[in-house]
Design a protein around this ligand. Structure first.
Ligand SMILES: [Fe+2]
Length: 395
């Protein structure tokens, strides 16, 4: 293992912490741009509580509402324009991963003169890595992406149907105010998709990382086991605050860099899913529920021992009298059964996707991340034909 670890985001975690938003924001600015999604935070009172806290601390605000799921670069441009016109000096994201991701890029786009898509065009033409951004405060209302405490953002370009990402040091939120009470109104399906996203953030590194990372393995397994246990409970009873709390904590540690430290993680399942959700408006976590088991079965051909470890340590699959491949497949079946049990789709046909654009998805996936041979990095790296094979097996 040979790595650097850095995560400067201050985490303020616990039920009721939303009330601290005003005093915390006052440390970073005088006028906030509040970024929100489809309006649930206004219906459930979270927005009003946030504004009350800001007003008490003497913070003025402007609004950028209506950030869509799979957030678009046009929303980023709109938010940046508002922030400039209103002279905002701090960005507050109140919402799910889409809202938080858009907020980070808005914060950078405010200080960038060119086309904001350049900041997202990872591996593509005119790609620019942002070096400065306004301070961002994240207030997640959904446990899923882990965006609250990392420096990444995923944004879609509706014109070109490319979904790409940015990771830059200046995008680390200054503070993440994580209040699990805010997630108790999330519906069952979105709760389940969030759980799948959390688990997939961990499995990406678990299946693509280097050998010889035993502590990271056990952390990864601990996060997955707890996401399954408390994810089930949170889906069954949304008001179960203990379950919501554990799922929310899992979402943070799944992608704040700890579990990936030294692992050299690659995100092939995410890259394939992003290609799907750029063309079809499916929820990220639902797309992952379809792709991840298919991907696992594909890589089990070359790495049965790793998948067998997943099977025994996560699902307690018994090994006596079985070869590694059998154990591996039983583990993947158990994972797929879990996803189904919480209401996730596990086949493309369930979300209305057929094989018409498979070649295109493969092209799009390697457009964003590719190795020197043009393959999607991982263990093994996937050629475009391999990606199509994974997709076919998920039909
Ligand atoms: Fe994700």
């Amino acid at each position: 293992m040979n790595f650097e670890f850095y995560n400067p985001t201050r985490l303020v975690f616990g039920a009721g912490k939303l009330s601290q938003l005003g005093e915390i924001t006052a440390q970073y600015g005088k006028k906030a741009l509040i970024v929100t999604g489809g309006g649930s935070v206004k219906k459930n009172g979270v927005f009003d509580r946030a504004v009350t806290s800001l007003k008490t601390a003497g913070i003025d605000y402007a609004e950028c509402s209506g950030v869509e799921p799979n957030p678009r670069i046009t929303s980023v441009a709109r938010g940046a324009e508002t922030a400039r016109a209103e002279k905002c000096d701090v960005i507050i994201a109140i919402g799910g991963g889409s809202t938080m991701d858009a907020s980070k890029v808005i914060a950078a786009a405010v200080l960038y003169d060119g086309n904001p898509w350049n900041l997202i065009a990872h591996g593509q033409e005119n790609w620019v890595i942002p070096t400065q951004a306004l301070p961002v405060i994240t207030v997640p209302t959904l446990a899923a992406t882990g965006s609250e405490m990392n420096c990444g953002a995923v944004i879609s370009n509706d014109e070109t149907k490319v979904k790409s990402f940015v990771q830059a040091e200046c995008l680390y939120p200054k503070v993440a105010i994580v209040d699990p009470e805010l997630t108790t109104t999330v519906p069952k399906d979105q709760t389940a998709y969030g759980v799948c996203d959390i688990i997939t953030h961990v499995t990406e590194g678990y299946f693509t990382g280097i050998d010889g990372t035993p502590i990271q393995d056990r952390w990864a397994e601990g996060i997955i086991i707890n996401a399954i246990e408390y994810g089930r409970k949170a889906v069954a009873d949304g008001q179960d605050i203990e379950a919501r709390t554990q799922v929310q904590w899992a979402s943070i540690v799944a992608l704040n860099g700890w579990v990936q430290a030294g692992v050299n993680m690659m995100p092939p399942v995410h890259m394939i899913e992003h290609a799907l959700s750029a063309h079809h408006n499916i929820t990220h976590g639902a797309g992952l529920a379809i792709i991840n088991p298919a991907y696992m079965r594909f890589i089990a051909r070359t790495r049965p021992e790793r998948l067998a470890q997943f099977a025994t340590r996560i699902f307690g699959i018994l090994t006596a009298g079985k070869d590694e491949m059998t154990v591996a497949m039983e583990g993947i079946d158990a994972y797929e059964a879990f996803l189904k049990s919480i209401g996730c789709p596990t086949r493309l046909s369930e979300v209305g996707i057929d094989d018409e654009l498979f070649e295109q998805y493969a092209e799009d996936a390697v457009l964003v991340v590719r190795d020197a041979e043009g393959n999607l990095p991982g263990r093994p790296a996937l050629s475009k034909d391999d990606i199509v094979a994974v997709l076919k097996s998920a039909l």
